[in-house]
Design a protein around this ligand. Structure first.
Ligand SMILES: NC(=O)c1ccc[n+]([C@@H]2O[C@H](COP(=O)([O-])OP(=O)(O)OC[C@H]3O[C@@H](n4cnc5c(N)ncnc54)[C@H](OP(=O)(O)O)[C@@H]3O)[C@@H](O)[C@H]2O)c1
Length: 235
């Protein structure tokens, strides 16, 4: 499904109906790519385009994933859930099915979003960041981040051309340019527009194959309490 030069022409977006996923879909279309958008709520998906196919279904269902992956030649995952005290398995279940199905259909490129907060030990950044990060990590983000790490583990041992992207808190803004580096990036926020641009840029960046990237919008700030409240209440 790639063209004669091996370029990616059609991507599958997991989590397409989320605030980041929608931006990835729109920007991919703007760049001339074809898009398969997977959502459990296709009727609520707001974007229509002749290069867009909206697939309804759950990413943790193998048959749904197979149908979606078979239509694409690369996968971008912005799948996510709200902060919760309950066990989370959506990241790892979706990744397990996506990776197995990619192998079956001969796809190589996958870019997944996790979080700057996912690593178990928050050892970098300023003192306030480290203390708050450790408090969150061991309380209401624990189950979610633990499952992100399970996904990271599966992706990074997949043998495919993977990139893991760890953003900080996300803001619903278009963006103003992003920073990306392999070591911890001490910036508290990223515009979802910048995240979308970064994920699409990464599709063609072989220098980022088999690497984990910290990304952020330099200089952007987020208000901590409203952001946490929003993340806990979003579904
Ligand atoms: N929000 C933040 O500040 C923040 C910070 C760091 C990292 N992240 C990560 O960045 C990514 C994007 O976050 P976001 O806040 O823009 O999006 P989000 O609100 O987490 O939404 C992601 C989408 O995933 C879809 N989804 C969830 N479970 C699914 C399932 N079983 N099958 C299919 N789709 C499913 C939902 O769409 P449907 O209900 O339509 O299926 C949802 O709209 C996520 O991975 C998130 O964990 C977020």
């Amino acid at each position: 499904m790639t063209d004669d030069t091996g370029s990616i022409r059609r991507i599958l977006v997991l989590g397409a109906n989320g605030p980041s996923g929608r931006r990835v879909v729109q920007r991919a279309l703007d760049r001339g790519l074809g898009v398969v958008a997977l959502t459990r709520h296709p009727e609520a998906f707001p974007i229509r385009h002749d290069r867009l196919e909206v697939v309804g279904g759950d990413a943790t269902d193998p048959a749904t994933m197979d149908a979606a992956v078979s239509k694409a030649d690369a996968v971008v995952s912005t799948i996510g859930v709200a902060y919760t005290w309950s066990p989370v398995d959506v990241y790892s279940a979706a990744a397990r099915h996506a990776l197995a199905t990619m192998r079956r259909h001969g796809l190589r490129r996958i870019v997944v979003v996790t979080s700057m907060g996912a690593p178990k030990k928050v050892e970098e950044g300023g003192r306030f960041r480290r203390v708050m990060g450790q408090v969150f990590r061991s309380t209401f983000t624990r189950t979610l981040y633990d499952d992100m790490l399970r996904m990271e583990d599966m992706v990074s041992t997949s043998g495919l051309d993977w990139t893991i992207v760890r953003p900080p808190g996300l803001a619903d803004e278009d963006g103003r340019g992003y920073a990306i580096q392999e070591s911890f990036l001490d910036s508290p926020a990223m515009a979802r527009g910048d995240l979308a641009a970064c994920l699409l840029d990464l599709l063609d960046r072989e220098d980022w194959y088999e690497r984990t990237a910290y990304v952020a919008t330099p200089g952007m700030r987020l208000e901590l309490i409203p952001t946490i409240r929003k993340e806990m209440l979003k579904r």
